[in-house]
Design a protein around this ligand. Structure first.
Ligand SMILES: *Cc1c(COP(=O)(O)O)cnc(C)c1O
Length: 221
């Protein structure tokens, strides 16, 4: 199947309220353009250098997402154009993004990353830490960022119940934060969860944004 057919098929099967982010890391600009011609506009990259080297060769109406861990010292490169930063897990990173939001005279959308998997990880918050960030005086001062939701990755496992429960946990964290901090804020609305191997489970658990690489790009042409 071609990339174009794969995208068309995905758009037909995923619910309307779910945004498809095509994860184009390790993919050439030619292959990205195949997806673009199929109408795909949301693309995700996890390495700033790779994103910067591709971006200028691609159409300006692509909405770029940064997925995966972002180092503070790389924020300045993507701040002028990035559509959404998925994996923010500290107040200091939010602060840095806000700083470059001010410099670029824009408000930058971010999501809070949670650690929901059984595997050890340096990255991702727990609920308590997220509440601490959102309750802090420092957070209230950040006018050039917006928190649009929560993001997470499930365990690499064959156990569908385990994966579903982890996604459900992320969904519950979203709801808790929504109730406590964003009940009047329509901007806080998204749950970024689901990759090629588990996006169907993620959608069942309430995902509004799936990040698919392999299933789009590793198809046979
Ligand atoms: C690579 C990556 C994806 C896409 O993974 P696939 O299994 O290829 O769909 C999604 N999210 C993050 C954070 C990634 O790094």
């Amino acid at each position: 199947m071609t990339i174009e057919k794969r995208i068309a098929e995905l758009k037909n099967t995923i619910p309307q309220h779910v945004t498809l982010v095509a994860v184009s890391k390790n993919q050439s600009c030619d292959r990205i353009m195949e997806a673009y011609h199929a109408g795909q506009r949301h693309f995700g990259e996890n390495r700033v250098q790779e994103l910067m080297s591709k971006k200028d060769h691609l159409p300006a109406d692509i909405l770029w997402h940064h997925i995966g861990h972002l180092q503070s010292n790389k924020v300045k490169f993507i701040a002028p154009f990035i559509n959404l930063i998925h994996s923010v897990d500290s107040l200091s990173l939010l602060n840095e993004i806000n700083h470059y939001g001010i410099r670029n005279n824009r408000v930058i959308d971010c999501m809070l990353e949670f650690h929901i998997a059984t595997e050890e990880s340096k990255y991702g918050l727990n609920l308590e830490e997220a509440i601490r960030i959102l309750s802090s005086d420092q957070f209230q001062l950040l006018q050039n960022i917006r928190v649009t939701g929560t993001m997470g990755m499930a365990s690499f496992s064959e156990d569908e119940d385990l994966i579903f429960n982890e996604f459900k946990t992320l969904h519950d964290h979203f709801q808790t934060l929504k109730n406590q901090f964003f009940s009047l804020d329509p901007v806080f609305k998204d749950i970024s969860m689901g990759m090629s191997g588990d996006y169907k489970i993620a959608i069942r658990a309430g995902s509004t944004m799936i990040r698919l690489g392999t299933t789009i790009f590793e198809c046979k042409n």
